[in-house]
Design a protein around this ligand. Structure first.
Ligand code: PXP
Length: 238
């Protein structure tokens, strides 16, 4: 099975918001990325609206609904926004005030399980697939299945930040075992966070995953070679 590529366009909007300007336009870059081989467009609606805005998502969903993968936290505000937007899928992520980027998978306390379970059911009732962003540990994958998720996105942050070969190998093994377990439990498997042109191959090689969601590395590479080449180079690696 071929591995799909979700291109996260948050940082197109980060640049626009730096000047509160009307460009660069995430919709224009989403259109370009899809034309150049991206399979999905990923965008994170943050509570502080530091990059992607609701209006961006409205326009993205209007043009490419079945290609839009929304990331958001599990607050009632985000549930309401996600239900109104009705993208193809929603990845529920933890969100901490002041964080530079998502720090890891969901921490499944009883209260978080209750909230995520309610949000999952509400989204699925409207025909939206639900992905849960989880650390590659068995207990969290079992919890995601118990909460009724369609997809788990395995957090690759620790792997991408490994400083030794031994550490990286151990984290790749965790990702591989987590993929096996998730598939056994009937979940589709995605992976993302911190993946780039040098570290993605080893994750892709695990096999059994359906999609990689990659943002920062592709947008940074696009500054050098343009978005079409940046997307095509990543797609080639997958
Ligand atoms: N997947 C999830 C759940 C994320 O929160 C992020 C960051 O927004 C990504 C993937 C993409 O991470 P990166 O920008 O490091 O490629």
């Amino acid at each position: 099975m071929s591995l799909a590529l979700g291109v996260n366009i948050d940082h197109i909007a980060t640049l626009r918001q730096a000047r509160r300007a009307s460009f660069p336009d995430p919709l224009a870059f989403a259109t370009l990325a899809l034309a150049c081989g991206a399979d999905y467009i990923v965008a994170h609606l943050r509570r502080d609206r530091r990059h992607i805005q609701e209006e961006d998502l409205k326009r993205l969903c209007k043009k490419f609904r079945n290609k839009i993968h929304l990331e958001c936290s599990y607050t009632p505000e985000m549930q309401k926004a996600a239900l109104a937007l009705r993208p193809y899928s929603v990845c529920i992520v933890p969100e901490l005030p002041g964080e530079v980027t998502t720090t890891g998978g969901l921490k499944f306390t009883p209260a978080v399980q209750k909230r995520v379970g309610e949000m999952t059911a509400a989204l699925q009732k409207k025909g939206v697939k639900v992905s849960l962003f989880v650390s590659p540990v068995a207990e969290d994958i079992r919890t995601a299945a118990k909460l009724g998720a369609d997809i788990v996105e395995l957090c690759t942050r620790d792997y991408s930040e490994a400083t030794t070969q031994k550490q990286a190998q151990k984290l790749l093994q965790d990702l591989a075992l987590s993929t096996l377990l998730a598939k056994e439990l009937g979940l589709e498997v995605h992976a993302g966070h911190g993946l780039d042109y040098t570290n993605v191959l080893a994750v892709a090689d695990i096999g059994g995953m359906a999609c990689m969601n990659i943002g920062f590395a592709i947008i940074a590479r696009a500054l050098e070679v343009g978005l079409p080449s940046a997307v095509a180079e990543m797609k080639e690696l997958l």
